[in-house]
Design a protein around this ligand. Structure first.
Ligand SMILES: O=c1[nH]c(=O)c2nc[nH]c2[nH]1
Length: 470
């Protein structure tokens, strides 16, 4: 009998780093910790952070923390190397991994009908699902995504496989199957609301069986959007959420002109989408709203009062259908939670670094359009969205997102200089990151990585203290 997937054990042994550690304390505050000793305990939790520690003091601190220096592994980071928190992808369609960027010239609803549904249908085959999802999850880890909110296809069995794979590979994940019982081709539609709800309950039970404490993988209710869910289905999902305060929810929200028009036609009784999803009990502090482009004033107040988070997906919204720009500056001004999403496969890239760079471009365009009223995102803000902001949107910021003693160590070890001290050769282990020069400060090196680095610079990926990329 095949054994069931279980939570991989944590490393079991402590590890420590000494060098430059960089993280966000909040949206406005980037902290660069120099000569920092960071100790991770055997359970994968950050046990000690000691900034500005002279090298000669390391042994004393190791002893103070309860370890024996002779046998304690301290990893000394070279100049050009640093540690940052892992990236959080707040919006990712795993079954679209092999169709990224296809059909960009179409409007959203045409793209779903002409490109996407046919592709997602392939996930009725569990063997295909296993092959694609394994590749998709390992690519995300390689690119530094330590946590992701995944939409599966409509298939319960394939989505269980996605959850299994996240657990097997050790990625932190929210996994949901798409609920959709209308307004899609009959060959890609659930037969009834009852069937969709049953498959959802079974998926939730499966995930809670393989990861009972939700250490890595958690279920997430995933009404694809109101167009594909009838009233009975939306009410049933709202009831599941009402009876399960721990459950997360994700959906698409105010994302395109054709989508908004059709939604209004289907639900004329609601003044906007916020009222619609609220009516069905689907808005709360654990709800992730993808896109959120065209919100009315009242709607913004609504989602703020409910504590919802926004998955900003600037690649998809700028390249699929019309060019659209979510009002991110306004959301940040109002203290609404915002993170970044790759939106694979409306988004062509599965890299959060790419999503961050595109967020800079979109925010520049908005700054110009608003004549400076909505200033463009700063580098620090972009990095915050990619890390702590994403963790807030997924409601896991008490566990991960930055380096605070007691949090779990989800982190990336960045190298911008190879073992010979070179980085200007345009190839090899450090890729084509902008050359590091002798007088570059840690902040300059960090900016060079954010703006020009790629997965070759992500030398190690740690989730709960275990290294997943070697
Ligand atoms: O970017 C998107 N991708 C999708 O698969 C989808 N479905 C509904 N709305 C959507 N938007």
């Amino acid at each position: 009998m095949a054994s069931e997937t279980t939570v991989p054990p944590v490393r079991g042994l402590p590890i420590a780093f000494y060098g430059t550690i960089i993280h966000s304390l909040d949206v406005n505050t980037l902290e660069i910790m120099h000569n920092c000793l960071l100790i991770v305990d055997g359970d994968g939790k950050i046990q000690k952070i000691a900034k500005d520690t002279p090298q000669a003091k390391i042994n004393d601190l190791v002893v103070e923390t309860g370890y024996t220096p002779d046998v304690f592994p301290v990893k000394y980071l070279n100049r050009g190397d640093f540690i940052i928190p892992g990236f959080v992808d707040t919006h990712h369609h795993a079954p679209q991994w092999a169709q990224r960027g296809m059909g960009r010239d179409q409007t959203l609803l045409d793209w779903l009908n002409n490109v996407t549904f046919a592709h997602e249908r392939k996930f009725e085959d569990p063997a295909y699902a296993r092959k694609m999802y394994s590749a998709c999850v390992s690519a995300g880890i390689r690119l530094g995504t330590t946590a992701a909110a995944y939409y599966g296809s409509l298939h319960g069995p394939a989505t269980k496989i996605l959850a299994d794979i996240c657990l097997e590979q050790g990625q932190r994940a929210f996994v949901g199957k798409c609920n959709m019982n209308r307004h899609s081709p009959d060959w890609y539609r659930e037969p009834s609301a009852q069937d969709s709800l049953k498959q959802t309950q079974e998926l939730i039970s499966h995930i809670r069986r393989i990861d009972a404490e939700g250490k890595l993988v958690k279920p997430i209710i995933t009404p694809r959007f109101a167009i594909t869910c009838d009233d009975e289905l939306l009410s049933g999902l709202g009831k599941i959420a009402a009876n399960d305060p721990e459950i997360h929810i994700q959906t698409h929200f105010n994302e395109a002109a054709d989508e908004m028009q059709f939604t209004r036609q289907l639900f004329p009784q609601f003044k906007h989408e916020a009222e619609l999803y609220e009516h069905f009990g689907l808005l709360g502090p654990k709800t992730i709203l993808a896109h959120s482009i065209f919100l009315e004033e009242d709607e913004i107040n609504h989602i703020k009062s409910k504590g919802c988070g926004i998955a900003h997906c600037p690649i998809a919204t700028a390249t699929l259908g019309e060019f659209m720009m979510a009002p991110i500056r306004e959301y940040l001004r109002r203290d609404i939670k915002v993170g970044l999403g790759t939106d694979v496969g409306g988004g062509f890239s599965c890299s959060i670094l790419d999503a961050m760079r595109q967020a800079f471009i979109i925010s520049k365009a908005r700054e110009t359009l608003t004549k400076g009223a909505d200033p463009a995102l700063t580098l620090h803000e972009g990095f915050f969205l990619a890390t702590l902001g994403g963790a807030q949107v997924c409601d896991i910021d008490s566990k991960v997102g930055n380096f605070i003693e007691g949090k779990e160590f989800d982190a990336l070890e960045i190298h911008t200089v190879d073992t010979e001290g070179n980085n200007d050769i345009g190839c090899g282990s450090v890729g084509i990151v902008t050359p590091i020069e002798d007088d570059d400060s840690a902040e300059v090196i960090f900016e060079k990585f954010l703006m020009t680095g790629d997965d070759r610079n992500i030398a190690k990926v740690y989730i709960r203290g275990s290294s997943l990329k070697s």
